[in-house]
Design a protein around this ligand. Structure first.
Ligand code: NDP
Length: 272
């Protein structure tokens, strides 16, 4: 049976095996998908070992997406733009790298009827996840994307990399006077029960607030946004399933339905 992995550290709570086995069942594909914890300095060795064992593909999660990028023989345009890889394809003695995170986000927003064309986006964070979503967001023709990050130099460096007039980079305390239609939290602050220190004035009833993090409870960022008046609150569960669906399509050449998997995953999260 074709073998797939998700490599990360930590990895225990990964939902990817559940998602990919759901896709496989839905599309009648025969495959086995497991999560594997990798020690921080073992990434290359473990991936090569899996390739030697005949592995067909892998997802890569925190903190190995940049290392995965460096390991690839060939990269997709979106992986090149992101500087990070979350999907590896092993074919004909070569490693191909792609990044499906951005598509997962964009599809999740569009699925929920959120218009991206012409909108003003605030992207919080300048790490791998933020980097991965910029090109797919730009493809939707927003009016502007402001990247705000705790470490301002990283937000500015990201803008430099994309060289697009629609993108600019700031610190959290430099954007109080701006107006946004969508605020996307691509920081990992929610994982530490923290929120990015942006002004509550940015939260208005019509502003869509999206947190890439998800969980049983509402994330700290979404709770904070709700408290300050936002009614459009979305967590990253749909993005997670969306990016997995695109990896699955790349590997198996068949596109799974994401709605039933999102529903089942939400139910299993709530039941924990
Ligand atoms: P990185 O470690 O590459 O980047 C982390 C980012 O979060 C940096 O911009 C960092 O700022 C910022 N940050 C961390 N702690 C705080 C804090 N307390 N206050 C403000 N900013 C903070 O992580 P990734 O970019 O890979 O991932 C970010 C999040 O997105 C993770 O939580 C991950 O789980 C989630 N994610 C979800 C996906 C999904 O499918 N739903 C897909 C991919 C990621 P600084 O530069 O100053 O350190």
């Amino acid at each position: 049976m074709d073998q797939y992995r998700v490599f990360g550290n930590p990895i225990k709570h990964s939902r990817s095996p559940f998602i990919h086995h759901s896709f496989a069942q839905q599309t009648s594909q025969q495959l086995n998908y497991q999560s594997e914890l990798i020690a921080l300095d073992d990434f290359e060795m473990k991936v090569n070992k899996f390739v030697a064992q005949g592995g067909k593909g892998a997802n890569i999660t925190v903190p190995f997406k940049e290392q995965a990028y460096n390991l690839c023989n060939e990269l997709s345009e979106r992986a090149l733009a992101a500087g990070a890889v979350n999907t590896l394809i092993f074919k004909k003695n070569k490693i191909y790298g792609d990044n499906t995170d951005g598509l997962g986000l964009v599809q999740d927003l569009l699925r929920q009827h959120i218009k991206l064309k012409g909108c003003r986006i605030l992207l919080l964070g300048a790490g791998g996840a933020a980097k991965g979503v910029i090109l797919p967001l730009l493809e939707q023709k927003p009016l502007s994307i402001i990247i705000a990050n705790r470490t301002v130099s990283k937000a500015k460096a990201l803008c430099e990399q994309f060289k697009d007039k629609k993108i600019s980079g700031y610190g959290f305390d430099q954007i109080d006077k701006n107006e946004f239609d969508i605020i996307i939290n691509a920081t990992s602050a929610s994982l530490e029960n923290k929120i990015p220190k942006i002004s509550k004035q940015l939260i208005k009833p019509n502003v869509v607030c999206y947190d890439m993090v998800y969980g049983k409870e509402m994330t700290p960022f979404l709770s904070w946004a709700k408290k300050h008046g936002s009614v459009h609150l979305i967590d990253g569960l749909g993005m997670l399933v969306g990016q997995a669906a695109e990896s699955f399509r790349i590997w198996r050449n068949v596109k799974p339905e994401i709605e039933p998997v999102i529903k089942n995953l939400r139910a299993s999260l709530l039941a924990e």
